[in-house]
Design a protein around this ligand. Structure first.
Ligand SMILES: Cc1cc2nc3c(=O)[nH]c(=O)nc-3n(C[C@H](O)[C@H](O)[C@H](O)COP(=O)(O)O)c2cc1C
Length: 374
């Protein structure tokens, strides 16, 4: 007999989610070229997936400086806010709830992604050695290019980025989002400041763990003051090595510290992503119970989940909500399929980051697929 916790309700940020299935943030690079605003197909894409308990919409640059990929829609201009407003309206109309993930890529970037050709920025001038990012090199489709060398941020510039996040969060609320998630995972800007191998700054943003988390915590505090802490979440990837991060030397201490501080700031959720899709499913592991002990708000778990693993994680009490990524690409009605045990469709890897409507809004829901067969 299948336990039904995944389909029970949960309260987050003053809203009642009808189930515990979260659509994980996933960049799909479908924005307009000039305004970098979401298009009508993006409204349709998210509305098709509105039966999720919560959608966390894709990582969205908070400023031109924050960009790391071609065609990612931003949240720093009037046109972008107007584009996102159509998305949130469509999702709400379809009965859903949607947060926006706020993103700064830091050193994982390329000069061609900015009109002024300025280089990416990071905690220091230490760049990535092998990673590549999608850029528009004069062609109609993005091509992968090595990252350009970053410029280390001055202390005053760090504080200006805090302001960018506050502006972006306000814009997100003006665009009708139900909340925001600050992207502190996957080797991007906040993760770079956390990482002792990259961050050798001599100011108050480098050195001790308190100093290396300071930038993120100041940002969270400022965003919470602007829009209310209950509607703010933070995403982390504690054992992650994406974008040339080295494994954290002491994740229990470092992420425990962060989780306790986030608890004090009274934010709504902590989103924990396991890039390997393995440690988060280890019932004997110490990290998740430790985070749970430090943070009493909502915990979202993500990475390699299927229905059985999701139910097991919820039963173990390690998290409150389960985020699914890739399965949501090809299964707009994922909640219904998980509930009924129906087979899951497979995503087409060639259209994940390009293809316009193809591979984006043309995956059928089960009843549509059945209707086509009949
Ligand atoms: C196409 C794609 C784009 C992604 N973009 C983001 C993103 O914008 N922000 C983020 O935090 N994670 C991003 N991720 C990671 C997913 O949110 C998720 O953590 C990952 O796919 C693991 O979950 P899964 O095993 O259920 O797919 C992306 C993953 C994919 C496949």
């Amino acid at each position: 007999m299948v336990s039904r916790k995944l389909f029970s309700r949960h309260s987050l940020g003053g809203q009642l989610l009808p189930n515990r299935v979260v659509m994980a943030p996933m960049n799909r690079n479908r924005a307009t070229d000039w305004q970098l605003a979401p298009r009508a197909i993006t409204a349709k894409y998210y509305a098709q997936r509105a039966s999720a308990g919560l959608i966390v919409a894709e990582g969205t640059p908070v400023s031109p400086q924050a960009r790391g990929c071609a065609r990612t829609p931003g949240i720093y201009s009037v046109a972008q806010v107007a584009g996102w407003r159509k998305v949130t309206k469509a999702v709400h109309h379809a009965g859903g709830r949607i947060y926006l993930q706020l993103w700064h890529v830091g050193r994982v970037g390329h000069c061609s992604l900015r009109v002024d050709g300025s280089p990416p920025v990071g905690p220091t001038g230490i760049g990535v050695r092998h990673d590549r990012v999608p850029i528009l090199n004069g062609g109609s489709e993005p091509v992968m290019a090595p990252c350009d060398a970053p410029r280390g941020l001055a202390t005053e510039e760090v504080r200006l980025i805090v302001d960018d996040f506050v502006r972006a969060a306000r814009n997100a609320m003006a665009a009708g989002f139900d909340g925001v998630e600050i992207h502190a995972a996957n080797g991007y800007l906040f993760d770079q400041f956390r990482c002792p191998y990259i961050n050798d700054r001599a100011d108050e943003y480098g050195g001790s763990i308190a100093n290396r988390w300071r930038f993120l915590l100041e940002t969270v505090q400022a965003v919470a003051a602007a829009i209310g802490g209950a509607r703010v979440g933070v995403r982390i990837s504690p054992l992650g090595t994406a974008h040339e991060m080295l494994p954290d030397p002491d994740p229990l201490v470092n992420y425990g510290y962060l989780a306790s501080r986030l608890q004090r700031l009274g934010i709504g959720h902590l989103h924990v992503y396991d890039q390997e899709g393995s440690w988060i499913h280890d019932r004997q592991g110490e990290l998740l119970p430790h985070l749970r002990g430090c943070f009493s708000g909502t915990i979202i778990l993500c990475g390699g989940f299927d229905r059985e693993r999701a139910e097991a994680a919820l039963r173990a009490g390690h998290g409150d909500l389960i985020a699914f990524g890739k399965h949501f690409i090809a299964n707009p009605d994922l909640v219904q399929r998980l509930r009924s045990g129906a087979p899951l469709a497979r995503w087409n890897s060639t259209t994940i980051y390009k293809g316009g409507a193809k591979g984006y809004i043309d995956y059928p829901a089960l009843d549509e697929a059945d209707a086509k067969v009949a």
